[in-house]
Each structure stands twice: as structure tokens, then as C-alpha cells.
Ligand binder design. Structure first.
Ligand code: ATP
Ligand code: MG
Length: 303
């Protein structure tokens, strides 16, 4: 069914990013809780229609590692994208994440990425802010760049550079799954340490914004840092290192990701208890999650 502006009851603003604001809302006809992302776009009705139709591929994404899509509509000069609400918010709030939890998270993120790659869709914006968790212990990816037209319309308003982007993408070359692997490597490093893998990107005063060309120079030229050996396992250190090769062809491939991801052998895990006034019981239904061979249960995962 179509979602309209009038059918939504806005409850709270959850956060905002470059493009827009995200609200928690209730879809009144269905009582469904949703996360509604509003992005201001000054574009023609024809372009609006194209965006709505491009987003429709999201209806077909049925993976437990991908946020569910409920629909999208334009109202005034804003698009509203309605998706599943995740009560734990995004992973940036939990950094640094303990290595065991990182293993569980990593399995989910990789499964989500591989699922979308199979549908020939790249995420295009992998970062801790786009990995969401909930109190049922689930980890899901959001904000897939499925609509080229939406990406283009946003890019004209905001500078399309960020610290998670692969060297080839920053340089304007064609990019594909290896660029996702890079962003994922940056994300894992940041989740593990709370810092970016490039020393020069961490040293700046938070009030001073690095110029995009400076960010690009650092990412292209500076060797990335390795995770500290005193704190992390050699397999995690190697995994992140192999995601962050400057040359796309030398990075881990999709299959490598699955087989060498941290978490393959981890059984127990816990995430930092998250500071929320709501009372989360930390109890998961047994067998709520298992991957492939089924040897890895998610039932000990807690937030
Ligand atoms: P950018 O705009 O560069 O993508 P971002 O991902 O931080 O950055 P938004 O996508 O606008 O920005 O999201 C803002 C914040 O809203 C997120 O960081 C997250 O904490 C929260 N959020 C987004 N989607 C959901 C959701 N489905 N459920 C719960 N919280 C969400
Ligand atoms: Mg986002």
C-alpha cells in the first residue's frame, strides 16, 4: 500500500546526516513503527517519479541483514523514505566495539553486502552510521544506494566525498565491489578502535573540517594504520589490512570476505550495554540466528 504524509504520526527525530533528517514515526493505518528519512530535493516531477521507481527494488530485498523497506513518497520538495525502525540505532554509538561482538556484526554485514551484490546492487555508503542494531540482537544495513537518480540529486547539493571512500572512487574511476570492501575495512577499523585507519584524519581539531582534497590526498598516499597487536587477534588485524589495499584488485574478494571474516569461529559475544532509558532485557530467543553451516549461533549476542 501507499504511504502518505497524512498517514504518518511523527514521534521523534532520531538523527540527521548530510542529506536529511530521520524520524521515528507511526504509520497510523497499520500501527507500524517506521524510520522515516526526509531529504530535501529540488527536482522535477519526472525525476521524482524516476527515484520512486528506482527505490522499488528495495521491496524485493528480503534479507534479515537488510533493513525492510515500506515505501517512499514526495511531499513538497522532500522525499520521505520509510523503513524498518531499529531501536538500538547505529553502530557509531557503540564504538569501540569489543572484538567478539565485532565478529558477530561482521558476519551480518558481510551477509547483507553479498546478498545485495548478488542483486547487482552496491551499497555505496558503508560506514558505522549505516549499520543498525536492535534489542532483538539483529544487525542490519541501511541506506543502500539503489537509486542512481537519488544519488545524483543529493550529490549536486553536497560534496560527494567521505573518509570511507576507496582511492579509486575518490579519483573518479569506475568502482565496484572492491570499493565496498575498502569502506568495510575502514568501518571495521573504526568500530574496533573508535578511530579512522589514517593517522592524519584523526589528528584534526573537530572544529576544523578537512578540505576534501586533503582527505583524498591522505587516503591515496598515506599507508593505513594496523590494528594494535596487543588488543586484537592476528586474524582480525590481517582481515582489516587485506580490505585496505590501495589497489582494488588486491583486496579481499566477496568469497574471501565470507571465509576469513572475524566471527567465523566466535560463539560468544556481547556489545557494550547501550545507554538508553528503555529497559532492554538482553535476552534473545534461542536459535534466532545462524549462518550457513549453522555452527554459529547468534543467541548469545546481547546489546
Ligand atoms: P549520511 O547522511 O552521510 O548518510 P548518516 O547515515 O549518519 O549520514 P542518516 O542516514 O540521515 O545520516 O541517519 C541519521 C541517523 O539516524 C543515523 O546515524 C542513525 O543513528 C539514525 N537512523 C537512521 N536510520 C534509522 C533506522 N532505520 N532506525 C533507527 N535509527 C536510524
Ligand atoms: Mg545513513
Amino acid at each position: 500500500g501507499q504511504i502518505t504524509k497524512e498517514s504518518l504520526h511523527y514521534v521523534q527525530m532520531l538523527g540527521f546526516g548530510n542529506g536529511g533528517k530521520v524520524y521515528r514515526a507511526i504509520h497510523k493505518p497499520s500501527s507500524q513503527v517506521m524510520a522515516v528519512k526526509e531529504i530535501e530535493l529540488d527536482i522535477s516531477v519526472a525525476i521524482q517519479k524516476q527515484i520512486i521507481s528506482e527505490l522499488e527494488i528495495l521491496y524485493k530485498c528480503n534479507s534479515r541483514m537488510i533493513i525492510s523497506f515500506f515505501g517512499a513518497f514526495f511531499f513538497d520538495n522532500k522525499i520521505s523514505i520509510c523503513t524498518e525502525f531499529m531501536d538500538g540505532g547505529s553502530l557509531d554509538q557503540y564504538m569501540p566495539v569489543d572484538e567478539r561482538a565485532l565478529g558477530q556484526i561482521s558476519l551480518c554485514v558481510i551477509e547483507g553486502m553479498l546478498y545485495m551484490w548478488n542483486l547487482k546492487v552496491l551499497h555505496r555508503d558503508i560506514k558505522p552510521y549505516n549499520i543498525l542494531v536492535n534489542s532483538a540482537g539483529q544487525v542490519k544495513l541501511c541506506d543502500f544506494g539503489v537509486s542512481t537518480q537519488l544519488e545524483k540529486s543529493i550529490a549536486t547539493t553536497f560534496l560527494g566525498t567521505n573518509v570511507y571512500m576507496a582511492p579509486e572512487r575518490l579519483q573518479g574511476y569506475d568502482y565496484g565491489t572492491p570499493a565496498e570492501v575498502w569502506s568495510y575495512g575502514v568501518t571495521l577499523f573504526e568500530l574496533a578502535t573508535g578511530k579512522l585507519p589514517f593517522a592524519s584524519l584523526n589528528m584534526t581539531d573537530p572544529n576544523v573540517q578537512l578540505q576534501p582534497f586533503h582527505v583524498m590526498k591522505v587516503i591515496l598516499e598515506e599507508p593505513h594504520m594496523k590494528l594494535p597487536a596487543e588488543q586484537f587477534s592476528q586474524s582480525l588485524i590481517d582481515f582489516v589490512h587485506r580490505c585496505l589495499h590501495k589497489m582494488p584488485a588486491l583486496r579481499l574478494s566477496g568469497q574471501d570476505l565470507l571465509f576469513s571474516t572475524p566471527g567465523r569461529t566466535v560463539i560468544q559475544s556481547s556489545l557494550k550495554s547501550y545507554s538508553s532509558s528503555t529497559n532492554h532485557t538482553n535476552v534473545l530467543p534461542s536459535n534466532s540466528y545462524s549462518l550457513h553451516s549453522g555452527h554459529l549461533g547468534f543467541n548469545s549476542f546481547q546489546i
